[in-house]
Unconditional design. Structure first.
Length: 269
């Protein structure tokens, strides 16, 4: 015989309440699952969108500008320069040795204004981009032929280090009528290589032999330019990407803007 409690628990009203509770419970469970899915999706998007270490470095370097104060450049880099060197011109060179690249800041004798910024990639995965008016250059991606045909050029292929630069002064519609150089350097640090450049220069005719130093690169280089834009020596300009960039707001480039990074690293005064 059923007791009163048993009868109450089996009543139609109790069944309805039980079903309602189960429905609410299912809805709450589904809502919790949906929130978990949404939360997981947001986390995944944030994780995917998060910059890698090299991407953060690229964005940092892209902020540097000639004309900044030295204090502003140091603030951007969030670090003090690792090396410094006083040059014969009276200007002082500051250099950062970073994981993927080296940065050079040429500063006036008053130690205030950045006259030029040099970016030297040591690793091919370093891909910062820079815009100069309609000209956009990406280190380790833009080949010489897509950059510009420099008014002047200089370089050398040595046993322990090599470098090659092309530069144009008073760039129209770019760098505020300043000057710009693109190049590549190799000094045994990282994986950038001068091998294709040196192979191309080695095939150049004798009258296209490049000077080894900036001060020897005078204005009479139109014949050299023609040599380097045609085969066989010009082949490297079509396939080899630039790996270094030097920019200044000044209408002319000067010798002290081109200091081999490995030499600067040898001393710290």
């Amino acid at each position: 015989m059923d007791t009163g409690d048993q009868a109450e628990s089996n009543s139609p009203a109790a069944g309805r309440h039980g079903r309602k509770w189960k429905t609410v419970e299912r809805l709450l469970g589904a809502l919790a699952a949906l929130i978990a899915v949404i939360g997981g999706g947001v986390w995944a998007v944030q994780t995917i969108a998060k910059d890698t270490a090299v991407e953060k470095e690229q964005k940092l370097v892209q902020q540097l500008r000639p004309g900044h104060t030295l204090d502003r450049a140091i603030e951007i880099m969030n670090d003090k320069p690792h090396f410094t060197k006083r040059l014969a011109s009276g200007n002082r060179l500051y250099q950062y040795n970073r994981k993927w690249e080296r940065i050079q800041l040429l500063v006036d004798p008053d130690n205030i204004t950045v006259l030029s910024v040099g970016v030297y990639a040591d690793r091919t995965e370093f891909l910062p981009s820079f815009s100069f008016g309609p000209l956009r250059l990406t280190i380790n991606r833009t080949p010489y032929a897509k950059a510009f045909v420099g008014d002047r050029m200089f370089g050398y292929c040595g046993v322990h280090s090599s470098s090659y630069f092309e530069y144009q002064e008073r760039l129209p519609d770019a760098a505020e009528a300043g000057s710009l150089a693109v190049g590549i350097h190799e000094s045994g640090r990282g994986n950038t290589s001068m091998r294709p450049v040196c192979a191309g220069l080695g095939k150049a005719p004798d009258d296209c032999v490049l000077p080894s130093e900036f001060k020897e690169a005078d204005a009479s280089t139109s014949d050299r330019t023609a040599c380097l834009t045609s085969p066989p020596a010009g082949a490297f300009r079509k396939s080899v990407p630039i790996a270094a960039l030097v920019v200044t707001k000044q209408p002319e480039m000067t010798e002290d803007m081109f200091q081999p990074p490995y030499e600067v690293s040898l001393g710290n005064d």
